[in-house]
Every structure is written in C-alpha cells, then in structure tokens.
Unconditional design. Structure first.
Length: 201
C-alpha cells in the first residue's frame, strides 16, 4: 500500500473523529444545556479519550459549534470557486454565501435558543461567522485576479463580507427577530454589493 493511501486513510479517520466529537457535543448540549457538558462527557460519548478530544478542540463551545458551522469558511470559498466564471462577482459572492446558509445550512430556532443560552457559545458562533474571511479572500483573489486588484483588495472585500455576515448574525440572535438567518444575511450583504460590483470592473 502506498504512503498516499496511508495518508488519505489517516485524514479520513481524523475527520471522522472530529465529526463524531462535534456531533456528541451538540447532542449533549441540546440534552443537558451547554453549560452542563464536560469534555469527559463528550469524549466518552464519542468513544475516545479526553486527551484525543484536546487534540481536536480547545473548548466545548468550539466542539458544539463545529457541527453547526460545518467548516463554513472553506465551504463558502469552495462554493465561490464553483460559480460560473462569467457571473458578476457581486452575484457570485452573495450567491455562494446564501447557498451555504440556506436549506440544510439554515440555523433553526432550537439552534438559536441553544446559542443564546450561553454567552461563550454565542461568542464562539460569531467567531465562526468571522472565520469565513481568510478562505473567502483567497477565493475572491483567484476569481477577480490578484494581479488586477492586488491581494489587499480581495482581503478588504472579504472583510466587508465577513463583517456583514457578523452583523446579520448578531441581529438574528436578538430575541425580537423572527426571520430566517439566510434572509437576514441577504439583507446585510446588499450593503456591500456596490463594492463588489466596483471590483469587477
């Protein structure tokens, strides 16, 4: 068997372990409340040692939210790269984000209640929103052409998109709002469409 095969198997096993830990963390948080979930409980539910858990996550909040965030930043970037090359940048970026937060990616009201039940979980959720910035900047640079606008332009645009998404998330987490996150996100993104349109010229 080749070294590549071994490496691929190890990566799949690591991913499976990470997903098992995150799924266990989310289930336990929903059953007992996030503040009542211990690392030992998560590790036991996933069938691994606490030491193995610590190799994957630095906090229980992070473990809980990986299942909800689903490595969103990489997925958003991948979705942007897969959009038609002749599609205007503004439509490609907004479409890629909305796609990731619609249907199965749409946080539900139970998820909202879980996130708002613990300040640390709320903060971690907002951090997962912000984490789209770096992979998104790389995807924008690849699409728009870093040689045309420079890496700074892609980074600024990605920061603007990330900021709009974070504001949408903060608004969505407010108890008086009864709207879908994807709709809130779409409304927030409309404010940066002129900048995306200008970068496409």
């Amino acid at each position: 068997m080749s070294t590549t095969d071994d490496g691929g198997r190890r990566e799949r096993k690591k991913l499976a372990t990470r997903q098992a830990l995150s799924a266990a963390a989310l289930r336990l948080a929903r059953e007992h409340g996030p503040q009542n979930v211990r690392v030992d409980d998560i590790a036991e539910a996933a069938g691994v040692s606490p030491r193995t858990y610590n190799n994957y996550f630095s906090s229980r909040e992070q473990a809980i939210l990986v299942a909800l965030a689903a490595e969103r930043g990489q997925h958003v970037a991948a979705a942007l790269r897969q959009r038609p090359t002749d599609e205007p940048l503004e439509h490609a970026v907004v479409g890629a984000l909305i796609e990731q937060y619609s249907d199965d990616g749409e946080p539900d009201r139970d998820t909202l209640a879980l996130i708002t039940s613990a300040p640390a979980l709320r903060a971690e959720f907002l951090d997962t929103i912000a984490a789209i910035e770096r992979p998104l900047a790389e995807a924008i640079a690849a699409r728009a052409g870093a040689d045309r606008h420079g890496e700074l332009g892609a980074e600024v645009l990605a920061a603007a998109v990330s900021g709009a998404a974070r504001v949408a998330a903060e608004r969505w987490l407010q108890p008086e709002h009864d709207t879908r996150f994807s709709d809130m996100l779409n409304d927030a993104l409309t404010w940066i469409v002129p900048a995306l349109r200008a970068a496409d010229r």
